[in-house]
Design a protein around this ligand. Structure first.
Ligand code: ARG
Length: 284
């Protein structure tokens, strides 16, 4: 019953991301017969820093109310996409995160494993621009800490993971087909970090959105079929053992000419770690 609602949400998320939804009439691409898009099931035990962001109040109990992904970067700090919290998406002010739960240690959303942790405070990157989707990152402060070895380090400038041609993996519980087939189990797809010039050509700034190399990184697969999709937003793009991006936006899902666009982590490390050091996130 909640499914259409979830799908409507996915649509809204795409709009916020400034990307057009692929028209249904369009011929299915390689993505349609691959089942994140073109990924395979993975266990959260092997990637304990991946979390699901959920609200049963807003999105129902199905799939535990999962609506976005996130990443543990410190024992009480999760980063996710700013558009996952935006009032445009959730129909309310960003300060109402009291119903949010961060689900850790649960590969399969129907299983009782792992923990659900409340969010004590949230802060959206002040430089986030919902119009262009630049700087699409928010920080959630958890009410309880996870073990220190559950965190993924962020990749600073100069980390080799940002180099074009680097293999990367994207994780999530989102749509596996581009047609609203949301996953119950965590999946990961292997993608390649693309050259900024390729990303710019794919998104030159028309109605589908504009790639900005200073705040975004793009990744995909030469022949398409491997990508993040709706519901994966805020989840990690990992290269060489570090977090380089957060799922942010794209045109359709898994199309060869339309790589996935991710929030570039390096320019936001100071913002994220500044909050950790004592500048408490606020806003609940
Ligand atoms: N904005 C979407 C979400 O909120 C993520 C879309 C990613 N799309 C892509 N083709 N990589 O879940």
């Amino acid at each position: 019953m909640r499914r259409p609602f979830a799908r409507a949400l996915a649509g809204a998320l795409t709009l916020v991301a400034g990307a057009a939804v692929a028209p249904l009439a369009q011929a299915p691409t390689a993505a349609a017969d691959s089942v994140v898009i073109g990924g395979q099931p993975v266990k959260v035990a092997d990637s304990p820093w991946v979390v699901a962001l959920a609200s049963r109040d807003r999105f129902g109990g199905i799939r535990d109310g999962q609506f976005c992904g996130g990443v543990l970067v410190a024992p009480t700090t999760v980063v996710t996409a700013a558009h996952c919290l935006g009032r445009q998406v959730l129909g309310g002010p960003v300060d109402s995160v009291a119903d949010f739960r961060v689900i850790t240690g649960r590969t399969e959303l129907r299983a009782p494993d792992g923990r659900e942790i409340a969010v004590r405070a949230a802060r959206v990157n002040p430089a986030y621009d919902p119009g262009t989707n630049a700087g699409d990152l928010a920080v959630l402060e958890l009410a309880e800490a996870v073990p220190a070895d559950h965190v993924l380090p962020m990749a600073g400038d100069g980390h080799p993971g940002y180099e074009a041609g680097t293999g990367a993996a994207v994780y999530g519980w989102g749509d596996t087909s581009g047609f609203g087939d949301y996953a119950y189990g965590l999946r990961a797809a292997q993608v390649t970090v693309l050259d900024d010039e390729v990303c710019r050509r794919a998104y030159p700034g028309n109605s589908d959105g504009q790639y900005r190399a200073d705040s975004m990184v793009c990744a995909g697969d030469r022949s398409g079929g491997k990508d993040a999709c709706q519901g994966d937003s805020g989840g990690p793009l990992v290269a060489r053992g570090r977090l380089i991006g957060l799922v942010s936006w794209g045109r359709g899902c898994g199309r060869a000419d339309s790589p996935g666009v991710y929030t570039r982590i390096a320019p936001l490390i100071d913002f994220v770690s500044g909050l950790q050091r004592g500048g408490r996130p606020s806003g609940v």
